[in-house]
Design a protein around this ligand. Structure first.
Ligand code: B1M
Length: 214
């Protein structure tokens, strides 16, 4: 099945068509990873390019994001199916001032997929909320996402809140998002930067397996 039609439906913000095409692709035995990567994530990159070139504006971006979310509702259970008992706990959120949650939702899904229990704080999350929830659930990992150059510093704010409370070393801090880099992770004292959701899940699993072995 040609996933180009799905990509175009996401870009057009046609959530009904996106649902139909995701279902059709699954029935045609296209792998959920291909549906996600080729049909949907690629569509959001194209949308970003068009926005940058002033070919589309915020409302169109928003409609594309909604269409992607509609498709994800169908894909998520298929991708997450795992059956293993939790290997660790994590709190995740997009930092203060940032409303982008699609990438964060993908990271959440992949973390669940490797057997991690995830508490999702949503988007535009105040720094103190990460500390509150991490302490409450006894999290192992704190995962932060930022998509704007202007909100990246809020990731450093979160880590500072944990440092000030004297509990930073209890947790592993993972950060990511399009403008984030590994040198930025070092700069703000985060433990890991990963470029995509799959790598984030691999690294998180590795951290938890090593922790369990100690
Ligand atoms: Co916005 N936006 N947006 N936007 N938006 C970008 C990010 C932008 C690059 C577009 C552009 O100019 N080309 C640009 C940022 C420029 C910059 O800062 N350098 C931008 C802008 C400017 C804005 C506004 C300021 C626009 C305005 O109002 N004038 C505004 C800001 C609002 C705010 O947050 N306060 C805004 C608003 C929006 C919408 C609300 C309309 C919508 C978001 C809806 C939503 O998320 N529910 C939106 C969208 C959709 C985008 C683009 C088109 C797509 C983002 C996306 O979902 N990508 C984006 C352009 C682009 O990225 N090419 C753009 C797909 C997603 C799967 O990728 O989130 O990168 P991503 O996640 C990846 C990795 O980064 C990584 O894994 C994911 C996949 O494997 N990852 C992690 C993410 N988090 C991670 C955490 C980890 C590890 C990996 O560890 C914990």
């Amino acid at each position: 099945m040609d996933l180009q039609e799905l990509s175009l439906a996401v870009q057009d913000g046609d959530d009904k068509k996106v649902k139909e095409l995701v279902n059709l692709a699954l029935q045609s035995k296209v792998s959920p990873e291909n549906i996600l990567n080729e049909g949907m994530i690629g569509a959001m990159s194209d949308i970003g390019e068009k926005f940058k070139n002033n070919e589309i504006y915020v409302p169109e971006m928003l409609m594309a994001a909604r269409a992607m979310a509609a498709g994800m509702q169908i894909l998520e259970p298929v991708l997450v199916e795992t059956g293993v008992k939790p290997i660790g706990k994590c709190v995740i959120g997009t930092v203060k001032g940032d409303l982008h949650d699609i990438g964060k939702n993908l990271v959440k899904m992949m973390l669940k997929g490797v057997g991690i229990e995830v508490v999702d704080l949503g988007a535009d999350v105040p720094s103190s909320e990460f500390l509150k929830k991490a302490e409450e659930i006894g999290a192992d990992l704190v995962c932060l996402s930022a998509l704007l150059t202007t909100t990246m510093p809020a990731m450093g704010d979160v880590i500072r809140v944990f440092e000030q409370a004297g509990v930073k070393d209890k947790y592993t801090f993972m950060i990511g998002g399009a403008p984030v880099t590994s040198s930025y992770a070092k700069q703000i004292n985060a433990d890991y930067y990963t470029p995509d959701a799959g790598t984030a899940a691999d690294v998180a699993k590795d951290v938890l397996v090593r922790k369990a072995a100690n």
